[in-house]
Design a binder for this molecule. Structure first.
Ligand code: ZN
Length: 286
């Protein structure tokens, strides 16, 4: 297991931590401001959200790399199933392909998939997982041609009604198996898997070489909103070291990206302070 106590070159910022994933939140920094602030603090990389790119994906990717940072990933594909997905298969696949184009223009290798929930009119998640696998399989060759890997991210079951049909790492790996191509893997996010006592066993048995991303935050003991009240690492009850060990035991040596949705706390603070706290917590508790 890597030692980060005096080295945070593996630390990446997911810009959702500054509120950049939703309208009306955060300090509204430009990508250039984020790049400069991360570079000044020795971060290793940045993961962006599509809404920030605004037709400038290639330019933002180039600026990130010119500052010595990696473009770790892009969030995210459209919902591919469920009540929040676009109305038709054609529209879903068109936007899926567009998200792959944007990842390619950024020259990042990882595009995260948030699956979307159970399809309207169905019960449970298995039928929707089949539809998800079908849509991912149809887009995967297009992504591979552009050097993009697709990371299926299981979400906390509390979001299972409309945002996900993947509740566990095992669910995500099942869909990977069904798709059966090299450029589809999984992303492991503390917020979504911290509770899963079978995670270590699942990853040990099936995760080798298949983890494409690791996302850090903490689960607050008094979480008030399952979507927008994530905790800073060290402020909650997740066993961060054990989770990272389980991920790294699969062979993962990539970035650890901090992704904290926090409408009433961290998004209201000065981003400079947030970025400083992250460095300290990354070195001390992650
Ligand atoms: Zn995540």
């Amino acid at each position: 297991m890597r030692d980060f106590s005096d080295d945070h070159s593996a630390l990446a910022l997911n810009t959702a931590t500054l509120g950049h994933n939703l309208d009306g939140f955060g300090a509204g920094w430009s990508p250039e401001q984020v790049i400069d602030a991360c570079a000044a603090r020795g971060y290793g990389g940045i993961t962006y959200w599509r809404r920030e790119l605004d037709g400038r994906a290639q330019e933002i990717g180039d600026k990130t790399r010119a500052a010595g940072l990696a473009v770790v990933g892009l969030c995210r594909t459209p919902f591919l199933t469920g009540p929040l997905a676009l109305p038709s298969d054609q529209e879903i696949m068109d936007d899926f392909h567009l998200s792959i184009d944007e990842a390619a223009a950024l020259q990042t290798s990882v595009l995260t998939i948030v699956s979307g929930g159970p399809e309207p009119g169905t019960k449970g998640v298995l039928e929707s997982q089949k539809l998800l696998a079908d849509r991912v399989a149809r887009a995967a060759p297009y992504a591979a041609e552009r050097g993009v890997q697709l990371a299926l991210e299981p979400l906390n079951p509390a979001m299972g009604g409309n945002r996900t049909c993947l509740m566990t790492a095992a669910d995500a790996l099942n869909v990977c198996d069904a798709v059966g191509v090299d450029n589809v893997g999984v992303a492991i996010d503390v917020n979504h898997v911290w509770w899963d006592t079978s995670l270590e066993q699942t990853l040990a048995g099936r995760g080798e070489g298949r983890v494409l991303g690791y996302h850090l935050c903490d689960w607050l003991a008094d979480t008030s909103d399952v979507l927008l009240d994530r905790g800073m690492m060290g402020d909650g009850v997740a066993d961060l070291r054990a989770l990272r060990e389980a991920v790294e035991n699969t062979g993962y040596i990539g970035f650890c990206e901090v992704e904290i949705f926090s409408a009433n706390n961290w998004w209201k603070r000065d981003p400079n302070d947030v970025l400083d706290v992250i460095v300290d917590r990354f070195r001390t508790v992650c």
